[in-house]
Design a protein around this ligand. Structure first.
Ligand SMILES: NC(=O)c1ccc[n+]([C@@H]2O[C@H](COP(=O)([O-])OP(=O)(O)OC[C@H]3O[C@@H](n4cnc5c(N)ncnc54)[C@H](OP(=O)(O)O)[C@@H]3O)[C@@H](O)[C@H]2O)c1
Ligand SMILES: [Zn+2]
Ligand SMILES: [Zn+2]
Length: 352
């Protein structure tokens, strides 16, 4: 066991602050990574503030962060995929049972015994796992990803959650040429969905509550932008979408979007607001529409997504910040004032 630097929240109402945490010494299948960049996901904020208390109550202190990119410092004797000095990445999962039907089909994101990167029981040290707002992390090599060397590292970090969370359902629902696809909420996830929609050659329409994001949405690859508070603009798209990805972090009317689906169209929720959303049955039944959800993606698909991003030179648009600005970043994220993901430069932690 060794002791390292981190930023943690001591309670649902405390700001994140500098602290120390313990990590396990690397075992024979482990990779130890010096963290270079960690993205800030809205889930970090939901969990730091215990907003998902009914589903996964937060254990304090919590060290958030699951969009991790860094450099390998040590590998265990049985590690085959990585060597010291390699670039490496870790997303939302650091372990699972590896034996259930989900794990055996590469769907670790659905494993009932999955271990999340933070706020999950730690099988090695007891207590809970600690995330990427820290100096280093030790992870079993099965859950460590390779980062294409051509990608900007700060922009690559958000691929580990925002990237896979949008890539996976878009692939699952067949987003591609000839499909009309909506993206609701132009935040960290939403802006990645726009980039993937473009790369998959679909017709992409962004729905935003922020009229000021219109030009950015077009620059990111959208074909059309709808300001969702404008009922006339919304009406024009009634019954026309094959697929809509909803990446909104707060309460909103999903029926307005269900009504935009064509017959047999699907709306997939990836956003995880604190309170339940209400669904009007008639928005679904008249046109055999479906509503579903999606949670990140499996390890193999995460690697596929990273490789796809390497080939197509896709990264997140990031604002790089020192860790000392993390609390300010949370407040800005709540206001939708981030273009379009914060990435923490972890060198800032080492000078504390
Ligand atoms: N399913 C998964 O595996 C998974 C993975 C990661 C994150 N998530 C969840 O996905 C959600 C989005 O995460 P994120 O990191 O992309 O967050 P984010 O960067 O804060 O983006 C959320 C966007 O939602 C829109 N929005 C915010 N409040 C709204 C409101 N009251 N009404 C309508 N629209 C609103 C805003 O877009 P506009 O300004 O364009 O309206 C905002 O930029 C969070 O709930 C997060 O926990 C789920
Ligand atoms: Zn996330
Ligand atoms: Zn499993």
């Amino acid at each position: 066991m060794y002791n390292t630097r981190a930023y943690s929240a001591a309670s649902a109402t405390s700001p994140l602050a500098s602290s120390r945490i313990n990590r396990r010494d690397p075992g024979e299948r482990d990779v130890q990574i010096e963290i270079l960049f960690c993205g800030i996901c809205h889930s970090d904020l939901h969990l730091a503030r215990n907003e998902w208390s009914k589903v996964m109550p937060t254990v304090y202190p919590v060290v958030p962060g699951h969009e991790i990119v860094g450099r390998v410092t040590t590998v265990g004797s049985a590690v085959t995929k990585f060597r010291p000095g390699d670039l490496a990445a870790v997303g939302c999962l650091v372990d699972s049972d590896r034996s259930c039907p989900h794990c055996q089909t590469g769907n670790e994101q659905a494993c009932r015994n999955q271990v999340l990167t933070y706020n999950s029981p730690d099988r090695h040290l007891g207590g809970v796992t600690y995330g990427g707002y820290s100096d280093s992390i030790v992870v079993d090599e099965h859950f460590v990803l390779r980062v294409p060397a051509t990608l900007d590292l700060a922009g690559a970090a958000p691929l580990l959650c925002a990237g896979i969370t949008t890539y996976s359902p878009m692939r699952h629902w067949g987003v591609g040429k000839g499909k009309k696809v909506g993206v609701v909420g132009l935040g960290g996830l939403g802006h990645m969905a726009v980039k993937f929609g473009r790369a998959f050659d679909a017709h992409v329409v962004v729905f935003t509550t922020s009229p000021g994001k219109r030009d950015d949405a077009l620059r990111l690859g959208a074909d059309e932008v709808v300001v969702s508070r404008n009922a006339d603009e919304m009406k024009k798209h009634a019954g026309s979408f094959d697929f809509i990805l909803d990446a909104v972090s707060a309460d909103h009317d999903i029926n307005a979007y269900l009504n935009l689906l064509a017959r047999d169209g699907n709306l997939t929720l990836v956003g995880a607001p604190e309170k339940p959303l209400s669904v009007a049955s008639f928005a679904l039944i008249m046109a055999r529409r479906s509503l579903s959800g999606s949670n990140i993606g499996g390890i193999a698909e995460t690697q596929e997504m990273l490789d796809f991003c390497g080939t197509h030179n896709i990264t997140a648009d990031v604002e790089v910040i020192p860790i000392q600005k993390v609390n300010e970043a949370y407040e800005r994220m709540l206001k939708g004032n981030v273009k379009y993901r914060f990435a923490i430069d972890m060198a800032s932690l080492r000078v504390e």
